[in-house]
Structures are given as structure tokens and as C-alpha cells.
Design a protein around this ligand. Structure first.
Ligand SMILES: NC(=O)c1ccc[n+]([C@@H]2O[C@H](COP(=O)([O-])OP(=O)(O)OC[C@H]3O[C@@H](n4cnc5c(N)ncnc54)[C@H](O)[C@@H]3O)[C@@H](O)[C@H]2O)c1
Length: 270
């Protein structure tokens, strides 16, 4: 995956990016984008097998690559993995705080409590853990940039996704506060809010599960749901994984040196 024609080739040579959710679609696309611009890559995910395949796919870029298991919901594990990552790479310049889970699709009165807790655990506590550990490290280092993956679901609450919407509103809130707290230490913190991105795991999962809810908003056929969703986008298409990676590259780069506490919406005009 090389940068798309017309995309800026930011100079990340000699820099290192830590990517959580490194086995997932967006984590993989961001890893390719940064590796192609010269950055070393550290991947963290629960899914070690899938993540190893992502790491293997980066070998042509001839940059340092590390694939590490890490459960972001465990603060102790995050601290340990961060220390190990620093000892392997020498320094970490960018943290892409991206691991996430979509949760169940159900109307509010039916939303399962255990799943609500799970979504909050991964998307809120997990983001908090990585933010806290990264902030301590980057503060000592004296500079750095963090991008937290929120979602357009954190801007406008989506139907049938009570926990996911709540968790992503929280990510945008944490981003704004952390940006203020860390600005004096030359650390920028921004959020990224993709809307309908695909093809990919989350796109397929959401069209299937929205169809199964039986709500007034979506048809019961996932293929029809796909069209209903695409019709809600002014640009009438899905965003690509590479377009999401472009946003991360911009926010981490020096081109965004005076931008912090911002939520970059990647929505095709929604
Ligand atoms: N794909 C989209 O359409 C879309 C849109 C908006 C926001 N997002 C957000 O982007 C991020 C990445 O999504 P994606 O599309 O790549 O999804 P994905 O499911 O392909 O990747 C998510 C990754 O997070 C990992 N993960 C889950 N829990 C974890 C934990 N406790 N510790 C470590 N890793 C864990 C999973 O194993 C998975 O590899 C998520 O935060 C998601 O909410 C995605």
C-alpha cells in the first residue's frame, strides 16, 4: 500500500509511531502510511496472529517493525508494553490510540448491560490507559503527538449503538482535556472521527447487525442497508482506509503544529 496519488509525503523518517488496534483495518492502513513515509512501527493488539500478518506485510518498507501483544484495558499491561516498546525503539514520537470495539446493535430499551460495560472498558478505559501512560512518557521526552480514534458516532449519536456512541463522545471529551493539560509540554492531542469507512470488518458488521435490529431506520436486508447508509453521505460513497490514514498523517505531522484538541471528521460531508 503506497501513498495515494496527490497525498502529502510527510517526512516521518527516524520517527516511531505506536499503533493500538494494530491488527485491525485502520491500524494496518496507518501502519502502511507511516512506514511508507519512513517511520518505525510498533503494533499493539489482542489478536497476535492477525497482527503478525500485518507486521509481515510491512517488511518491504525497510523500517523497524515490532508487533507486541497488549490488552489496552489493563493499565499495568499498557505500562509494561510501553516500557518495552521504548527500550526496543529508543523513543516514541507518535501514539495512535486506536483500538476499539463497535459493541452490540440494539434499541436503547434492549441494550445489553454486559456489552455496554465491555464497550466502555475498551473504548473509554482503554483509551484512557494509553493516554495516561503515553502522556507521562512524552512529557519526560519533551515533545510528541497523540491521535485518539473517536468516530462520527461521537459527534452525532447513531441509532441502535448506545454504548458505542457514548464511548466515542467520551473519547472526544478526553481529547479536549488532554490537549489542554499537555499543551504546556509540547504534546499535541487530537481526535479523528471517521464515519462510514470501507470495505472492512466494521462496515460489514454494522450493515449486518443494523439490518438484524428491526428498527424503523434500516431495512432487514444488509445489502439494502448498505445503500441506505451510502445515501446518507453527501459524497455518496464510503471513505477508504487510506483516506483515514491521510488524516492521521496530517494530524501527527509538523503541518499540524498549531492544531491540538481538534476532532477531525472524515465523513464525506455528513
Ligand atoms: N472502520 C470504521 O468504519 C470506523 C469508523 C469510525 C471509527 N472507527 C474506529 O476506528 C478504530 C479502528 O477500527 P477498525 O475499523 O480498524 O476496526 P477493527 O475491528 O478492524 O480493529 C480494531 C482492533 O482493535 C483491537 N482491540 C479490541 N480490543 C482491544 C484491546 N482490549 N486491546 C488491544 N486491542 C484491542 C481488535 O483486536 C482489532 O484488531 C476503532 O476505535 C473504531 O471504533 C472505525
Amino acid at each position: 500500500m503506497t501513498p495515494q496519488p496527490g497525498t502529502a509525503a510527510y517526512q516521518f523518517a527516524g520517527k516511531t509511531i505506536l499503533i493500538t488496534g494494530g491488527a485491525g483495518d485502520i491500524g494496518r492502513a496507518v501502519a502502511h502510511r507511516f512506514a511508507s513515509n519512513g517511520a518505525g512501527i510498533i503494533l499493539w493488539d489482542l489478536n497476535e496472529t492477525k497482527q503478525s500478518l500485518v507486521a509481515a506485510g510491512l517488511s518491504d518498507y525497510k523500517v523497524p517493525i515490532a508487533s507486541m501483544p497488549c490488552d489496552v484495558t489493563n493499565l499495568e499491561a499498557v505500562q509494561k508494553a510501553f516500557d518495552e516498546a521504548v527500550s526496543r525503539s529508543g523513543r516514541i514520537d507518535y501514539v495512535f490510540n486506536n483500538a476499539g470495539y463497535q459493541g452490540a446493535f440494539a434499541t436503547t430499551e434492549n441494550y445489553p448491560e454486559d456489552d455496554f460495560r465491555k464497550v466502555i472498558e475498551i473504548n473509554v478505559i482503554g483509551v484512557f490507559n494509553v493516554l495516561k501512560v503515553a502522556a507521562n512518557y512524552l512529557k519526560q521526552q519533551g515533545d510528541g503527538a497523540i491521535v485518539n480514534t473517536a468516530s462520527y458516532a461521537g459527534v452525532v449519536g447513531p441509532a441502535n449503538m448506545l454504548a458505542y456512541g457514548a464511548s466515542k463522545f467520551a473519547v472526544i471529551g478526553m481529547t479536549q482535556t488532554a490537549a489542554k493539560d499537555l499543551a504546556p509540554h509540547k504534546i499535541r492531542v487530537n481526535a479523528l472521527s471517521p464515519a462510514l469507512i470501507g470495505p472492512g470488518y466494521m462496515w460489514t458488521r454494522q450493515t449486518e447487525l443494523q439490518a438484524a435490529v428491526g428498527s424503523q431506520y434500516f431495512d432487514s436486508d444488509p445489502k439494502v442497508v448498505e445503500q441506505q447508509m451510502i445515501q446518507s453521505v453527501p459524497m455518496r460513497r464510503l471513505g477508504t482506509l487510506e483516506e483515514v490514514a491521510n488524516g492521521v498523517a496530517f494530524l501527527m505531522s509538523e503541518e499540524a503544529s498549531y492544531i491540538t484538541g481538534f476532532n477531525l471528521e472524515i465523513t464525506g460531508g455528513q
